[in-house]
Each structure stands twice: as structure tokens, then as C-alpha cells.
Design a protein around this ligand. Structure first.
Ligand code: LLP
Length: 434
């Protein structure tokens, strides 16, 4: 058994051949083509259950931005999770998946009027208002329909999650939400209380992603309960719902050491209890919305090696048949995903190699300094760990590459989640001038 950061049902036989969900990776590639995303269904379901268990009593919403595909949403729904969406497209995919709309939360810092109307008309559970303009837009839409729209306010709590700049959202100078320190949260609740068709029932704050410790999440809970208590005093309202966002870190390599889901759950629940106790605030309904921690480690990407370029005294370049179009994370965040040879036992001598994609760009990196067997050769299969979150969902057609297929594996059976894109798909929206 290969341990984390890999899915639980990944294995390697004595010949070094890796299987996922009981199927050899070479058989998966023979059937579905390369590159390929492979999701271990049991692993994903187990993570959904672990979150529900660790945060017992809370509602867990799957942050669909991590990977918004029908099958993944259906499994999350079957496991009793709600779904968080941030666009009309994610909302429509969630509808396509048959998720009950009363289990959907709609976020976003710049929702269009059309998107809000659609969300109101299909009956999503909560809309998370992100700006004063948006509060007025929701009010107008509610008024047209003579209905109250149930909302949360997105709060910017002024907490630095100590993570990559692009995935930090809790600090005051952010495009998201109403900053407490800058007085915007106060303005938002004051405005909202004056609106007839906006019913604020709670607050939300997501402070960032790939957080390894519990302190930022505990600070978030303390700040949010403090805010609710101050509104009770100042405005005489007692809001009863609080969403602390997602952001729980995962292992991409053996060097990553996030705390386990149990510790996240314990820390958040006890911080909530303590803060409510301290301030005499009544029980609030807790919501948590992880994305990466649920689907990220359940999925691996398989690539086929095309060329191996050995530059004596410099390095070895290993090129695979995908790259930044199917996983932009290494190029965008300097993210490191563990890489292994997956179709055989290589030589015992491991050499650090630069694994790159096939795009016309030097930043097209899969993994810098991946320790791989010296005899790696064209035709070998590489498996890349923890590619379920923010890879397929951020994929592109750069260099007119078609996007890979994705399969779900369990107990020796595989099912398509997404078929491979064809050039026909790509050209279908490309209009000839001739
Ligand atoms: N809730 C809200 C409001 C969010 O903005 C996010 C992530 C989440 C929940 C889920 O966060 P998670 O548990 O997945 O960390 N593309 C980046 C991550 C961007 C995260 C954006 N928001 C990456 O590949 O690392």
C-alpha cells in the first residue's frame, strides 16, 4: 500500500505495476487513453464521511469549484453533503446532477443579476451577499417576486491564513466580502436590516486555502462569534447560522504535514462552544465548506512519457502528454504534486528529474526535481498525486489540447465521469470566416 498523499485504494504489485481501485493503470490507459484522471470512489466517499463525522452536528457543503462535475456532485449529495456554488454555471451543473436546491449555497463576489434571479427562482438555500451593490440587487429581485431572499453576509475577518497569496481571502485588502476592521461589515448589516426582501440569517467567512494548522480557523470562529455578539448588542438581532468556509490543507507530497480532519473538527467545534459560552451567545448552526480536502487526494492523473532528454551536468527533462492545460497548479502556485513511475519497477538509482508537459512554454511544469528511476523511458506511465481539486476545474485548451477523460474506479470496475474532449468539441464553437 502506498501511503498518503495517494488515495486509499492505490496499490503496487511486485513488478511495480500500480493499480487504482483494483485496476492496473496500464489497463485504464488502454481503455480510456492518456492522460487520464482516475478517482478512487471509496476514498472520496470516505473523506465525505470523515468530514461529516469530525464536524458532527454541522452541515458540510462540498465547494464545487474544486471539481464541478456531475458524478462528483452526485456522490457528495449521496453522502449527505450540501453543495457550494459560485457561478450560474456551477449552479446549473448542480441542478443537472439532481442535487436538491435546498442544499445549495450560492457565493461569489460579482454575481450577475441573471445569476441571482436564477438562484432565487430555483430556490437555493442561501445566497451569500458579498457587497452593498449586491444587497440592493437581491432586494430588487426579491421585491419583483414579492418574496424574501434568505442570505448570509460574507465577512472579511482580517485573518491572515499564511498560505499562497493567490488563495488568501481573509485579509482586509481582499476583493471578497465585508471587512470588519474597515467598517464594511457594520455598514452591510445596517443596510440589510433596512431591506424588506433580504432576510439575513447568518454570516460566512472563508479565510484561505491549503491551511495546515488549526489556529487560523479557530481565530475565524472567535472573530465571527464576536461579530454576531456585537450585532446582538448594537442591533438587537440574534443571527443563528455561521459558515467558516473551507481551506483545510492536504498532502500533495510526503513533505506536507496538514493536521487531520479530526483535529480540524475538534478545534472548530470547541472554539465555537467556547466563544458562545464566553459571550453568552446561543447555539449557532455551523456550516463548513471544504473542496480540496474531499476530492483532492481521491484522484490521480496518469500521463505517458514521450521524451526523456538527459543533459549531462545539468538535468534530465521528462516530457509527458499533458501539462499546464490539465493541471495549472505547478505553474500558477508553484504547487508540488508527488510523481511516481506507475507501470514497472524502475532501476534502484533514483535521480531528481524535471517533469514537464507538452506545451510551448517553459513554465509548463508538472514537477520540479521529482525523484524518478534513472532508466525512465518513453512509454512509461507516471502517476501524479492529489489532482482531484482545482485541476480539471481549471483546465484549458491551451495549444488546442483536448481535455482528458476522467474515470471513477471502485472494486475493479471503472465508469466515466467525463469523456475525453475531442477536437470536434473544441472546434464546435470556433467560427470560420470562410
Ligand atoms: N469556500 C469558499 C468561499 C472558497 O472561496 C473556497 C475556495 C472554498 C470554500 C474551498 O476551499 P478548499 O477547501 O478547496 O481549500 N485554485 C486554488 C484554490 C482556490 C480556492 C478558492 N476558494 C488551488 O488550486 O490551490
Amino acid at each position: 500500500m502506498i501511503t498518503s498523499p495517494w488515495p486509499v485504494n492505490i496499490d503496487r504489485d511486485t513488478e511495480g505495476r500500480v493499480s487504482v481501485g483494483g485496476i492496473l493503470v496500464e489497463d485504464l490507459l488502454a481503455e480510456y487513453g492518456s492522460p487520464l484522471l482516475v478517482t478512487d470512489e471509496d476514498d472520496f466517499r470516505a473523506r465525505c464521511r470523515a468530514y461529516r463525522h469530525a464536524f458532527r452536528g454541522a452541515t458540510i457543503a462540498y465547494a464545487s469549484k474544486a471539481w464541478c462535475t456531475t458524478g462528483v456532485l452526485q456522490i457528495a449529495d449521496e453522502e449527505g453533503l450540501w453543495i457550494d456554488v459560485v457561478s450560474g454555471g456551477e449552479l446549473q451543473t448542480t441542478q443537472h446532477a439532481g442535487v436538491p436546491m435546498e442544499h445549495v449555497v450560492f457565493h461569489g463576489n460579482n454575481k450577475s443579476v441573471d445569476e441571482i434571479e436564477h438562484a432565487v427562482d430555483c430556490g437555493v438555500a442561501r445566497i451569500v451577499a458579498d457587497s452593498i451593490e449586491e444587497l440592493h440587487r437581491i432586494e430588487a429581485i426579491g421585491a419583483e417576486r414579492s418574496q424574501q431572499v434568505t442570505c448570509w453576509l460574507r465577512i472579511t475577518p482580517g485573518i491572515d491564513a499564511h498560505t499562497h497569496e493567490y488563495v488568501r481571502t481573509g485579509h482586509d485588502d481582499s476583493k471578497f466580502g465585508f471587512s470588519i476592521a474597515l467598517g464594511l461589515a457594520e455598514e452591510a448589516i445596517t443596510v440589510a436590516l433596512g431591506l424588506d426582501h433580504v432576510e439575513v440569517v447568518g454570516i460566512h467567512a472563508h479565510i484561505g486555502s491549503q491551511i495546515f494548522g488549526t489556529d487560523p480557523l479557530v481565530a475565524n470562529v472567535d472573530t465571527l462569534i464576536g461579530l454576531l455578539a456585537s450585532w446582538r448588542t448594537a442591533h438587537g438581532i440574534t443571527l443563528t447560522e455561521m459558515n467558516v468556509g473551507g481551506g483545510m490543507g492536504i498532502r500533495y507530497t510526503h513533505e506536507d504535514h496538514p493536521v487531520g480532519v479530526g483535529r480540524y473538527g475538534d478545534a472548530v467545534k470547541s472554539a465555537l462552544e467556547a466563544a458562545c459560552g464566553r459571550l453568552g451567545y446561543p447555539e449557532v448552526a455551523l456550516f463548513v465548506e471544504p473542496g480540496r480536502a474531499l476530492i483532492g487526494p481521491s484522484t490521480v492523473t496518469l500521463y505517458t512519457v514521450g521524451t526523456v532528454k538527459k543533459l549531462p551536468g545539468l538535468r534530465t527533462w521528462v516530457s509527458v502528454d499533458g501539462g499546464m492545460s490539465d493541471n495549472i497548479r505547478p505553474a500558477l502556485y508553484q504547487a508540488e504534486h508527488e510523481v511516481i513511475l506507475a507501470n514497472r519497477n524502475g532501476s534502484d538509482t533514483m535521480v531528481p528529474m524535471t517533469v514537464v508537459g507538452k506545451h510551448c512554454e517553459s513554465g509548463d511544469l508538472v514537477r520540479e526535481r521529482a525523484p524518478l528511476p534513472e532508466d525512465i523511458a518513453p512509454g512509461d506511465i507516471l502517476a501524479v498525486a492529489a489532482t482531484g481539486a482545482y485541476t480539471a476545474s481549471m483546465a484549458s485548451n491551451y495549444n488546442q489540447l483536448t481535455r482528458p477523460a476522467a474515470v471513477l474506479v471502485s472494486d475493479g470496475e471503472s465508469r466515466l465521469l467525463m469523456r475525453r474532449e475531442t477536437m470536434g468539441d473544441v472546434l464546435s464553437r470556433d467560427i470560420s470566416l470562410r
